[in-house]
Design a protein around this ligand. Structure first.
Ligand SMILES: [Zn+2]
Length: 205
């Protein structure tokens, strides 16, 4: 995935956008808006679906994108398409990227990915079949919960949650060289009161 590109023109009338402040529900807000027709560039995050794919041996599938350096492995991810539900989208992505058929799935959570202006929606997917990678992916491996190294970013927290649910203590490492290996204390570990792991602290607004 490449970085999001800057929007400069009105998609409605092609006038150059300007930073214009308008009163919204939360008060005055400056956004890129069209001075001619009033169109607003909301810049909402793009939904990206991610899968913690588990096989019958209790291992998780990690894959390396063709654009990533050697040794960098991540979850299967893809953009949600217009006209599909998140559940349909993740099953489609799993099949397109790996050739595996999703048999059952459950939502794990949603995480922000601010640098890319994306929101990650992660699913735990039980899948069947033989792995056939799409050209986008060059390498894959199945790892047990004890072997897995998580990383301190959206998809890494979903993976850490899976490891924890499997009864292991997640270990974190940097995703890229030079990146901090430490998880964000606001996101990991889960709070002690979370005996029910589906609940978490409400964020401060
Ligand atoms: Zn316009």
């Amino acid at each position: 995935m490449t970085a999001p590109q800057e929007t400069r023109f009105c998609t409605n009338c092609a006038t150059s956008l300007e930073r214009i402040s308008i009163d919204e529900d939360g008060g005055p807000k400056e956004r890129l808006r069209c001075p001619a027709c009033g169109w607003t560039h909301w810049n909402n995050p793009t939904p990206v679906l991610a899968a913690v794919i588990e096989n019958d041996q209790g291992q998780v599938l990690l894959a390396r994108n063709a654009l990533w350096v050697e040794g960098m492995f991540g979850l299967i991810t893809g953009f949600m398409e217009a006209g599909e539900s998140p559940e349909e989208g993740i099953c489609r992505e799993v099949f397109e990227e790996t050739g595996l058929r999703a048999m059952a799935l459950r939502p794990m959570g949603a995480w922000e990915f601010l640098r890319m202006n994306q929101v990650l929606i992660a699913y735990h997917v039980r899948a069947d079949g033989e792995v056939t990678l799409s050209p986008e992916l060059v390498e894959y491996r199945w790892q047990s919960p004890a072997e897995v190294k998580c990383w301190p970013a959206g998809t890494g927290y979903a993976l850490a949650q899976w490891v924890l649910e499997k009864g292991h203590q997640p270990r974190f490492d940097a995703f890229r060289p030079g990146q901090s290996p430490e998880p964000d204390p606001g996101k990991w570990p889960p709070r002690p009161w979370q005996a029910d792991a589906r609940f978490f602290d409400a964020p401060e607004l």
